[in-house]
Design a protein. Structure first.
Length: 229
C-alpha cells in the first residue's frame, strides 16, 4: 500500500506549493550575511514616510545645539579677554550653524544617484585639500597641522574629507555589494588604499582625535554595508 505525505496548507486554507514547508517560501539570507547590507543601500530618503529620517534630523539638530552650548561655555571668558565680549565666538559659531543646517537639508534632498556620480571626485578633492596642510598654505595650531589659509578663508580640510569619505564608502559598497563576503573585495579599495590614505594624511598632521573619529566611521560604514567580519 502506497502512503502519501499529509498535504499542508497555507494560512488562507489553499494547498501549499510542492517542496515548501507549511506554505512558507525559502528563507532569504539574514541581514549582514555575505553581500547583504544591514541597511538599505542606494535609495533616496523617504521624508514623509520614514520615521528614521525624522529621528536622524532630530538627533543632528540636538547635537548642533549641544555643541553651541559647549562653545559658549568654553569660550566666553577667552572671548571677553580678547575684546569680543562674552558671546563673540559663540555668535560666530552660531552663524556657521545657520549656514550649515540649510545646506544639510539641501544635500539630503539630492537624489542618491547624484552622490554616487560624484563620490570619487569628492573623495579625490578631499584628499587633495588635506594634502595642502603640508604646503605653505598649511598652518599649525598647538602642534596640530590640520589647517589651511587661502586668502580670507581658513578651515580644516579634514572636515570635508570626513564627509567625502562617507559618501565614497557608501558608493563603493553599493557597487560591490554582490561581492561582499570575500575578503579581497571587502578590503579593496575601501580600506586599502582609500581609508588608509585618508586617515594617514590626517594622522601625519598630528590630529589624532579626527583620525580616531574617521576610523570609527569607516568601521561603522563597513558594518552597515554588509561586510562579513
Amino acid at each position: 500500500m502506497t502512503t502519501h505525505p499529509p498535504e499542508t496548507a497555507t494560512p488562507d486554507g489553499s494547498p501549499a506549493e510542492p517542496g515548501s514547508s507549511n506554505g512558507a517560501s525559502d528563507a532569504s539570507p539574514a541581514p549582514g550575511a555575505s553581500g547583504f547590507a544591514r541597511i538599505r543601500l542606494g535609495g533616496d530618503l523617504r521624508f514623509s514616510s520614514d520615521p528614521t529620517v525624522v529621528l536622524l534630523y532630530t538627533i543632528t539638530l540636538l547635537l548642533v545645539a549641544f555643541g553651541l552650548v559647549m562653545v559658549l561655555s568654553s569660550s566666553s571668558i577667552t572671548s571677553f579677554v580678547d575684546g569680543e565680549g562674552f558671546f563673540g565666538r559663540f555668535w560666530r559659531q552660531t552663524q556657521f550653524a545657520l549656514i550649515g543646517v540649510p545646506l544639510m537639508l539641501v544635500a539630503a534632498r539630492l537624489p542618491a544617484a547624484f552622490w554616487r556620480r560624484w563620490a570619487w571626485w569628492l573623495f579625490a578633492a578631499g584628499l587633495g585639500l588635506q594634502a595642502l596642510v603640508f604646503s605653505p598654505l598649511g598652518d599649525e595650531q598647538f602642534g596640530n597641522r590640520n589647517w589651511i589659509d587661502i586668502g580670507p578663508v581658513r578651515g580644516q580640510p579634514s572636515e570635508l574629507l570626513k564627509l567625502a569619505l562617507i559618501i565614497w564608502i557608501g558608493a563603493v559598497l553599493l557597487k560591490k555589494q554582490p561581492l561582499l563576503g570575500k575578503m579581497k573585495h571587502e578590503l579593496i579599495p575601501v580600506v586599502i588604499p582609500g581609508a588608509t590614505l585618508a586617515l594617514g594624511l590626517v594622522l601625519l598632521g598630528k590630529d589624532l582625535g579626527t583620525t580616531l573619529i574617521m576610523g570609527v566611521t569607516v568601521l561603522g560604514a563597513m558594518f552597515f554595508g554588509g561586510v562579513s567580519w
